[in-house]
Ligand binder design. Structure first.
Ligand code: FAD
Length: 311
């Protein structure tokens, strides 16, 4: 069952031993994970590894690497997962999408991951080809089909996507929850949520999951916003809502990245604090390959970098 303690401090055994502080207030310590994407240029790659070094000291439970839309969904992802595991010492998950790869290609990729020791997969449908081509018999139609296939290849720890504000293609909120239940029934262990700035929507989503008997861990996606204009662009594409109050906070700051960063970390930390007080035990940070805001957010939550890495 998904725990929702009224007062998490009254039930300290349900949380990790570490306790964190928020301006003197004691909070349970959430588990944290970080999402990255494969950098596209040499310059971006150099910055990426700088970010990784800063984030290492926060000791996430694991990190995950997205895969690009279209083409081979392991390209760029597999090699970065290997480096993050072998060079940076992270437990790393590979995102795997099935919209543009055949069933045979997916099975080959999954077998290669299992062979290489990758045990965590974030299983996704991905976006359908822009030309409107529909999946044929040799393609998985939905992520639930992909989850079922992965389970026949190895006992992967599988996470799937959940949408507190409903996936844009879903016929209804109920239909979207039915789909989520299919994914969990097919073998998914965890639901990572799309970022969602209205925390009430995340709470309603958890209640709806519990009401539907969807028994999986939830990792709440948190996006610390550095660049509001860019966030607006990709939120339109993925169907995440941008509340007016958030837009107002960034008004007039297009030329002031420093101020935007301070606001982004502060908003993300406020949301994270509320989620932790509401009993969520895991937060998944969409880092966009940058460290500063995620590090600041975690520090505001009281999660301290380990001395070994900070030195
Ligand atoms: P599905 O769960 O298959 O759902 C897709 C749509 O189909 C939903 O509207 C659902 O309600 C509907 N549906 C499902 N089953 C049925 C059915 N049987 N009948 C009718 N309708 C049905 N994209 C990438 O390209 N690469 C990534 O690395 C990536 N990582 C992501 C990580 C997270 C945590 C999240 C939240 C999203 C990520 N995405 C990524 C985006 C994701 O691929 C898109 O949101 C995609 O459009 C849907 O993927 P899904 O796995 O949720 O699909």
């Amino acid at each position: 069952m998904i725990d929702k303690p009224k007062d998490p401090l009254a039930d300290s055994d349900t949380f990790a031993e570490r306790r964190v502080a928020w301006l003197g207030e004691r909070l349970p310590a959430p588990r944290i994970s970080f999402e990255f994407f494969p950098p596209k240029t040499e310059g971006a790659e150099a910055k990426f590894w700088e970010s990784v070094t800063k984030l290492q000291s926060l000791q996430p439970s694991y990190v995950s690497v997205t895969c690009g839309a279209g083409g081979n969904p392991a390209e760029g992802t597999a090699s970065l997962v290997t480096r993050l595991r072998e060079d940076a010492g992270f437990e790393a998950a590979a995102h795997l999408t099935c919209a543009t790869a055949s069933k045979t290609e997916i099975e080959d990729i999954a077998r290669a991951y299992w062979h290489d020791g990758v045990r965590r997969i974030v299983a996704l449908r991905g976006d359908r080809p822009k030309d409107g081509t529909q999946p044929g018999a040799n393609h998985h139609r939905y992520a639930a089909d992909l989850v079922a296939t992965l389970k026949t290849i190895g006992d992967f720890d599988i996470a799937v996507a959940g949408y507190p504000e409903i996936h844009p293609e879903a016929k209804s909120a109920d239909a979207d929850l039915d789909n989520l239940k299919c994914k969990v029934d097919a073998g998914a262990d965890k639901v990572i949520t799309q970022y969602c700035f209205e925390t009430d929507s995340v709470l309603r989503f958890r209640d709806a999951m519990v009401g539907r008997g969807i028994d999986a861990q939830i990792a709440v996606g948190v996006l610390p916003v550095q660049n509001f204009v860019l966030t607006k662009r990709f939120s339109n594409a993925c169907g995440a809502k941008l509340p007016d109050w958030l837009g107002a906070l960034y008004e007039g700051l297009d030329e002031d990245p420093e101020q935007r960063g301070l606001i982004g970390a502060s908003v993300a930390a406020e949301q994270a604090r509320r989620l932790v007080l509401e009993g969520f035990e895991e937060l998944h940070f969409y880092t966009l390959n940058r460290a500063n805001l995620t590090v600041a957010t975690c520090r505001l939550l009281g999660l301290k970098p380990t001395l070994a890495h900070a030195a």
